[in-house]
Design a protein around this ligand. Structure first.
Ligand code: GDP
Ligand code: IMO
Ligand code: MG
Length: 431
């Protein structure tokens, strides 16, 4: 791993996605963790699926930070995360088989909010009511849980330690049942509640902590901290393709509010992007390839959701969107994923501008809806070589180097890493 790149100064570095999620964040957090003492998830919940591959093992994490496979790192689930205790306990069970001591290096914020079974019902009811305008939610209860958080109704992890927890649970459930009215639940609520309560009992025995304070103390004692984002910038509730977004702040600012870190303590911001684009769920996607080529990229890149198994929509790299993401997050280092998937394409199209209401623009407009906006492409030569066995960045094809330099020139930020396969080892450092 390059030392020039990862000087890991005293501070909190952030790693986040610059597109519509699934950029490969899990893989890179795992690769970077040996340089860090603390890895902390700052938002999202079990809508996320972060995949790690090493030593022939493939593992998908939903709530647990992707640094968990490294014995020396403390992993923190921050206050900005929403936790479904059932999914979380299932994750722990799978993990313990591989990492028997993982619980000793995991802290869960008391301020993180709980996803109730009725939050999942509300999510399903809301999507059903939207009909053809549905968001394509993962239906994990994310939106309703964040709504209860900002509406000041939510239940937090710390509440499970209080004597009146059951009354609080019942009061929130009653509120939800009132909202649901005659909605027919798609799963058995009584069964789901029983499993949920059993998982709450297990959670009580885990390390519940004031993680904002743990992180502040780690910072003051010179520990190196990595904040792990979920989803991607274009799914951010403020800056994404609203309303087709998730319900949290997926951008760099979310690391401050989701962990209790002051902005002046942020160091590097690693921005992860795919060499092309994908999106799962509904919403505008200007460079989408809704054709055979799109299917070819989906097949080669195994573009099927890590959480829901849904096929991901695929398309060309979108530079106006990438530039916007770089600015919103203050990205200092770019990391390009899945370059290997593009091998064998004669030419690559890169979107450099849009025609928007009859005018050529190079920024991201208010609306990305297809009837208002047409992408303008620059054609670049592709490469034939299989990249997956390359271990030395100087051996990459000239066309890939040119593609990478073009992205650097267009964004003004160095691309420090090119990923050429899902495994930890298939990682090429350029700096
Ligand atoms: P995340 O949500 O950002 O962590 O990304 P996901 O894990 O949902 O999706 C990324 C997928 O691409 C996973 O299946 C990874 O194993 C895989 N992956 C990551 N990097 C590469 C790469 O460079 N090449 C290929 N072919 N696959 C990759
Ligand atoms: P990671 O962390 C890709 C998408 C859903 C849907 C929208 C809202 O693995 O990159 P939600 O369940 O939050 O109500 O869904 O956001 N979405 C993701 N897409 N990767 C994710 O996470 C996602 N998390 C949510 O498909 O379009
Ligand atoms: Mg994912």
């Amino acid at each position: 791993m390059s030392n020039a790149v990862l000087s890991a100064k005293n501070g909190v570095d952030i790693l986040l996605g610059l597109q519509w999620g699934d950029e490969g964040k899990g893989k890179i957090v795992d690769v970077l963790t040996r340089k860090y003492d603390v890895v902390a998830r700052f938002q999202g919940g079990p809508n996320a699926g972060h995949t790690l591959e090493f030593n022939g093992i493939k593992h998908v994490l939903h709530t647990i930070p992707s640094g968990i496979f490294h014995a020396n790192a403390l992993n923190i689930i921050g206050n900005g995360v929403v936790v479904d205790p059932v999914i979380f306990c299932k994750e722990i069970d799978k993990l313990i088989a591989l990492e028997p001591h993982c619980l000793s290096r995991l802290e869960i914020s008391r301020k993180a909010h709980l996803i109730l079974p009725t939050h999942r019902l509300l999510d399903a009811a809301s999507e059903a009511a939207k009909g053809k305008n549905k968001i394509g939610s993962t239906l994990k209860g994310i939106g309703p849980t964040y709504m209860d958080k900002t509406g000041r109704n939510g239940l937090r992890i710390g509440d499970i330690e209080l004597p009146d927890f059951m009354e609080r649970y019942q009061a929130l459930k009653d509120k939800h049942m009132h909202l649901l009215g005659s909605y027919e639940p798609p799963f058995d609520l009584a069964d789901a509640e029983m499993e949920w309560m059993r998982s709450i009992d297990r959670l009580r025995k885990m390390v519940l902590a004031d993680t904002d304070i743990s992180i502040q103390e780690a910072y003051k004692s010179g520990k190196r901290i990595l904040a792990e984002g979920a989803q991607g910038t274009l799914l951010d509730v403020d800056f994404g393709t609203y309303p087709f977004v998730t319900s949290s702040t997926t951008t760099a600012a979310g690391a401050c509010t989701g962990l209790g870190v002051a902005p002046n303590r942020i160091g590097e911001v690693y921005g992860i992007f795919k060499a092309y684009c994908t999106r799962v769920g509904s919403g505008p996607f200007p460079t989408e390839l809704d054709n055979d080529l799109g299917q070819e990229i989906r097949d080669k890149g195994h573009e099927y959701g890590s959480t829901t198994g849904r096929p991901r929509r695929t398309g060309w790299l979108d530079l106006p969107a990438l530039r916007y993401a770089v600015e919103v997050n203050g990205v200092t280092q770019l990391m390009m994923m899945k370059a290997d998937v593009l091998s064998g394409l004669k030419n690559l199209e890169v979107c450099t501008a849009y025609m928007y209401r009859g005018e050529k623009i190079t920024h991201l407009p208010y609306s990305l809806e297809a009837d208002l906006l047409d992408p303008c492409y620059t054609t670049m030569p592709g490469w034939d070589e299989d990249l997956t066995g390359i271990h030395d960045v100087t051996k990459i094809p000239a066309a890939l180097e040119a593609y990478t330099k073009f992205i650097e020139q267009e964004t003004g930020v160095p691309v420090v890493l090119i990923s050429v396969g899902p495994d930890r080892e298939q990682t090429l450092w350029r700096a």
